[in-house]
Design a protein around this ligand. Sequence first.
Ligand SMILES: Nc1ncnc2c1ncn2[C@@H]1O[C@H](COP(=O)(O)OP(=O)(O)OP(=O)(O)O)[C@@H](O)[C@H]1O
Ligand SMILES: [Mg+2]
Length: 320
Amino acid sequence: MTTQTQSLYRWKDDPVLTVEHLSMRFGGLLAINDLSFEVGRGDITALIGPNGAGKTTVFNCVTGFYKPTEGRIVARHGKGAQTEAVDHATRTGKRWHKSGEGAVFLLERMPDHEISQKAKVARTFQNIRLFGGMTVLENLLVAQHNTLMVASGYTVGGILGLPSFKKAEKAAIKKAVYWLEHVGLVDRADDAAGDLPYGDQRRLEIARAMCLDPQVLCLDEPAAGLNPRESADLNMFLRYIRDTHGTSILLIEHDMGVVMEISDHVVVLDYGVKISDGDAAAVKNDPKVIAAYLGVDDEAEIDVPEVRQDLSGAKGVPHE
Ligand SMILES: Nc1ncnc2c1ncn2[C@@H]1O[C@H](COP(=O)(O)OP(=O)(O)OP(=O)(O)O)[C@@H](O)[C@H]1O
Ligand SMILES: [Mg+2]
């Protein structure tokens, strides 16, 4: 893990993603209510909270699957907050704006394919979504479809003959194999993705997202259903992704052991509202978090020291 001093400042000083005053309403239900938080560049940020707190809804808003009722979601390439570029894009109604420092993207204005391809924010799903009938390798090539089509000049002739397409195709296969090696699935490359065991499918989903070369990787409960060994391997893999590729990770996770071990920054949601935000140590000891996880309304009712101990050591903390 990075040092505390660095990570305490990173999400404020160098946010790769900011969610500002986000609200999402489904009919009469306000699933997200005026939520703001930052994701630091190079951090592993955990978004946690009891069942139904709104975590997946945040991901759906960030990745363009839902159009938020209100709020601004900014992704940044290049260092710093780039406030002037963000203000310029907001004022002029643009979806993104390039500046000397990099580029900023207003995700709430962008469709999902632009968010993954241009803003470079990729995701995995709580319920695995692979092409089960396609092979493992094909799943990773489909993810790179956009790059291949650009190389083809969007023509059949290009696909059949252009050297740029052949080169791009080779590069796509090389990238797919690279990630298959890192998730230990090279031997299964030609098998149907739907035939893989559950844990392998989860890792394949992460490999598929990484084939998009994301700046931000959003993982919705990647450790769900994994055994302790697989879960420990996943932690190492996430650190590898962050350390070697500089990818910032936003992680929804129920296993508090995982969260406390690998997160630089933890944001806690309950009923669509942020109740805590800080480094893992601060959040773990926050009475509001303890109350939310144990379903206790009145902080005074909690025997805090014991509960704290439970929470810090717990695997699979109870929800609601
Ligand atoms: N498409 C939708 N239409 C209506 N209500 C929805 C929709 N998506 C989510 N909700 C509601 O919004 C609230 C938040 O749901 P969400 O799935 O974001 O929670 P979560 O924190 O991811 O929960 P879990 O830990 O169980 O995955 C819930 O009350 C849910 O029923
Ligand atoms: Mg969810």
